[in-house]
Design a protein around this ligand. Structure first.
Ligand code: ACO
Length: 401
């Protein structure tokens, strides 16, 4: 039902929908999601097929421009991105000023916004050509910011990696190369990261994506809109769940591995504890991404010969939850982030970088949604409210209060 004329047609009625649970904010041709049936498709292609057959850059092109690229289109896209895979030297000074203990998501969102100052032409984008230039710029520079955020925390010298490598391969090299050391990344890790990034690449009008669209709807620049999206992603109810899941699993392990105790806490309405990585606003059957990731986690751990007791705790929790009436009745299933942290951990990525990796994957989705919103000339996002505060009051001087 399109209710955009409700107010004028009714003389002032508005709808109230806290958390926008039942409100569509736009028309979109990017991602299809059926929460009841557990279906996720990007531009009509199933997530299962894309995760198996496509690479991240192809998926990024598909999301942003609407079609899978031909080989020539993919090569050009990659070459244009590579040409932008450097950042202004002064970015290093900003990075240097952050405390080493700062959370990587705060650093990343600040640096992404700061890029606007060094690339002012990315703000006034009035044609598809302007947009394309801004898009390849951020696709090139963002992985550098991600890797440098990690290196800063690790006390490693900054590194541009090797532009001759694939996009995802180079992210790993930029992050992990040690000084004076040849870094060779395992194919298993590159493929697993590629898959994870594809699975995270878009998810229609979630909290961070809505933030990007609504920020961009004021015609703030692309990088500023993305920075807002990164901040929204940070929270533990959204992208920050991957960090929270790992911390929860660690805490259960340290507490003797008693999963039943934590199941009871999650069900106790007087306890704020929630089983992190369970439940989803839209999926009320299962999260198709979680199935793919669970399998990938098994493969990665087996290939690397890692035996992680955390994985056993995760599997135990999942098994118990799937049989527990509290979780079954509320349709709470493992979501994408229940298993992603286990793979990141096996890759040697620190826990507080997990949500940064999510942001790297979500980047093309945010860009695609921003581009769709701008090309569709959507109006500025401006929800209404139901005012429940005081009615008219007379001002009282401070000495009389
Ligand atoms: N553990 C225990 N109980 C839960 C959980 C959970 N993880 N999730 C929901 N519930 C319960 C709620 O307490 C509520 O119970 P009630 O009906 O008795 O009051 C019921 O299930 C419905 O939950 P809501 O919070 O109303 O559902 P909503 O759609 O608003 O929230 C959310 C979805 C935020 C994902 C929620 O399930 C949650 O907090 N999960 C844990 C955090 C998480 O994993 N987030 C990642 C989401 S995926 C992503 O963003 C990439």
């Amino acid at each position: 039902i399109d209710i955009s004329n409700l107010r004028s047609a009714t003389g002032g009625i508005i709808t109230l929908d806290s958390g926008y649970k039942n409100t569509g904010s736009c028309e979109s041709a990017i991602t299809f999601l059926d929460g009841e049936k557990g279906i996720l498709r990007y531009r009509g292609y199933s997530i299962e097929e894309l995760a198996e057959k496509a690479d991240f850059l192809e998926v990024a092109f598909l999301l942003i421009f609407g079609e899978l690229p031909t080989q020539a289109q993919r090569d050009k896209f990659h070459a244009d991105i590579k040409a932008q895979s450097v950042v202004d030297e002064d970015i290093k000074k900003i990075l240097d000023a952050f405390p080493k203990s700062g959370h990587p998501m705060g650093v990343l969102s600040s640096l992404t916004s700061a890029l606007t100052a060094f690339n002012p032409s990315s703000v006034n984008v009035n044609s598809e050509e302007d947009m394309y230039r801004a898009i390849v710029k951020i696709m090139g520079k963002f992985p550098v910011l991600v890797a440098w955020t990690h290196r800063k925390k690790q006390g490693l010298p900054l590194d541009y990696g090797d532009k001759n490598l694939g996009y995802v391969e180079n992210v790993l090299k930029m992050m992990f190369r040690q000084p004076n050391e040849e870094y060779t990344q395992s194919r298993v890790l590159v493929d697993a990261l590629d898959k994870l990034l594809i699975l995270h690449a878009d998810h229609e009008q979630n909290c961070s994506t809505s933030t990007v669209r609504i920020t961009g709807s004021s015609h703030a620049g692309l990088f500023a809109s993305l920075s807002a999206g990164i901040s929204a992603l940070w929270g533990p109810l959204h992208g920050g769940a991957n960090q929270a899941v790992l911390e929860m699993l660690e805490a259960i392990k340290a507490d003797g591995g008693d999963t039943k105790k934590y199941m009871a806490k999650a069900k106790d309405k007087d306890d704020p504890f929630r089983l992190m990585g369970f439940g989803h606003r839209v999926y009320k059957n299962f999260d198709p991404r979680a199935r793919i990731i669970k399998k990938a986690a098994d493969e990665v751990l087996e290939d690397l010969g890692v035996e992680d007791p955390i994985l056993d705790i995760a599997k135990g929790l999942e098994k118990e939850a799937l049989q527990d009436p509290y979780f079954v009745d509320r349709k709470l299933y493992p979501n994408v982030d229940f298993y992603s942290g286990i793979i990141y951990r096996a890759m040697g990525i620190p826990t507080d970088m997990f949500t940064v990796m999510f942001a790297l994957g979500r980047l093309p989705g945010w860009i695609a949604q921003w581009r769709e919103m701008r090309l569709g000339k959507e109006p500025i996002g401006r929800p209404r409210q139901l005012y429940v505060g005081a009615t008219q009051r007379s001002f009282v001087e401070i000495d009389k209060r």
